[in-house]
Design a protein around this ligand. Structure first.
Ligand SMILES: NC(=O)C1=CN([C@@H]2O[C@H](COP(=O)(O)OP(=O)(O)OC[C@H]3O[C@@H](n4cnc5c(N)ncnc54)[C@H](O)[C@@H]3O)[C@@H](O)[C@H]2O)C=CC1
Ligand SMILES: CC(C)CC(=O)C(=O)O
Ligand SMILES: [Mg+2]
Length: 356
């Protein structure tokens, strides 16, 4: 089985190194091939998603991705900016289904900024559409404002759009995920304001007819943001568009103690996938050896489960993560008094040791 390893920028290489160590300790015969991506791709060959990196990702059975981006690239033309690499991989590989499970491990109940009684036992799944919406809609750019009080001035604009088929396929992913859980699905939209999301709501409602065993409700995204911090355990599965899912999943990350705990799977129609932590390249802590590698290690577990058909090995990794947390080991982002603060590498080593 071939796995493309794309560490990227910032803390990307630090956390991916730990996940690779864990994969190598499983005793499986994986073929791992590493390639530059993001700012590292730009430095290596003048493009954030070099042709060879994209080809490797296409040829592999799965992709393990770190993170891309650094402030120093923010003035480059947009097509050359590191973030285009992850957007390009998602689009080129057809990875429309993004699963972001927000699970609070009992040992981290006090690491969350919310009261333990609000978050303990939390286990929700955010299903984010990943290849459409305003992140990809055309046209976009900066132009001369054609009308209104600011006519003649420059204006920035983007296009929000969703095709029926795009909504249907992510709705099926979400309903099927809900069927395997508590059979409750909340579709998050902004149908009270946006045409795109009234359409979204109508299509999700139509797809629901095929899943009568799942209870569907609809919620506006502003209310969903509030409910996520007010009573997050009321959710089971959330399905939403690309931008709302991006924002809500960062909020959900804090319910689990830290964004360094939130893994993700980005899947195509055949469960081929890219696996990455939900966070970015964290330039503020890059190179310090303090980043939490657990979201990446847990993403590797999702890779084993969803794309490589190695359920038992996925369980081994997840159990090892539970074990190190029970041992009291914490990176700085989840540290609290009475626990043992460890760095990125020590945390990775502890997970390897706990594999059993
Ligand atoms: N998929 C990707 O590659 C993504 C890339 N980005 C890029 O990452 C760069 C930084 O973006 P930010 O908005 O700062 O978001 P970020 O997620 O990188 O960091 C936000 C905050 O969370 C902390 N953090 C993130 N991951 C952590 C970890 N594993 N352990 C401990 N603390 C962690 C950071 O130190 C920072 O204070 C930007 O260039 C952005 O475009 C952002 C999100 C996703
Ligand atoms: C480049 C961004 C769209 C990445 C991001 O924030 C995410 O996928 O969560
Ligand atoms: Mg994000």
């Amino acid at each position: 089985m071939k796995i493309a390893i794309l560490p990227g920028d910032g803390i990307g290489p630090e956390i991916v190194t730990q996940a690779v160590k864990v994969l190598n300790a499983l005793g499986e015969q994986f073929e791992l091939e590493t390639a530059p991506v993001g700012g590292a791709g730009y430095e290596a060959s003048g493009h954030p998603l070099p042709d060879a990196t994209l080809q490797l990702a296409k040829d592999a059975d799965a992709v393990l991705f770190g993170a891309v981006g650094d402030w120093k690239y923010d003035t480059l033309d947009r097509p050359l900016r590191p973030e285009q690499a992850i957007l390009g991989l998602r689009k080129n590989l057809g990875l429309f289904g993004n699963l972001r499970p927000a699970i609070l491990y009992p040992e981290l109940a006090n690491a969350s900024t919310l009261k333990p009684e609000i978050v303990s036992g939390l286990d929700i799944l955010i299903v984010r559409e990943l290849t459409g919406d305003i992140y990809f809609g055309q046209p976009r750019g900066v132009r001369e404002c054609p009308d209104g009080p600011f006519k003649g001035q420059r204006e920035g604009f983007d296009t929000m759009r969703y095709a029926e088929g795009e909504i249907r396929r992510i709705a099926h992913v979400a309903f099927q995920a809900a069927q395997k859980r508590d059979k409750r699905l909340t579709s998050v939209d902004k149908a009270n304001v946006l045409e795109t999301f009234q359409f979204w709501k109508d299509i999700v409602t139509d797809v629901h007819k095929e899943y009568p065993d799942v209870a569907l409700d609809h919620m506006y995204v502003d209310n969903a943001a509030m409910q996520l911090v007010r009573a997050p355990k009321k959710f089971d599965v959330i399905v939403t568009g690309n931008m709302f899912g991006d924002i809500l999943s960062d909020a959900a990350a804090m319910l689990t103690g830290s964004i360094g705990m939130l893994p993700s799977a980005s899947l195509d129609a055949n469960n081929k996938g890219l696996y990455e932590p939900s966070h970015g390249s964290a330039p503020d802590i890059a190179g310090k050896g303090i980043a939490n590698p657990l979201a990446t290690i847990l993403s590797a577990a999702m890779m084993l489960r969803f794309s490589l058909n190695k359920e038992e090995q996925a369980d081994r990794i997840e159990n090892a993560v539970k074990k190190v947390l029970a041992q009291g080991l914490r990176t700085a982002d989840i540290y609290e008094a009475g626990t043992t603060k460890v760095g990125t590498e020590e945390m990775g080593n502890a997970v390897v040791k706990a594999l059993g």
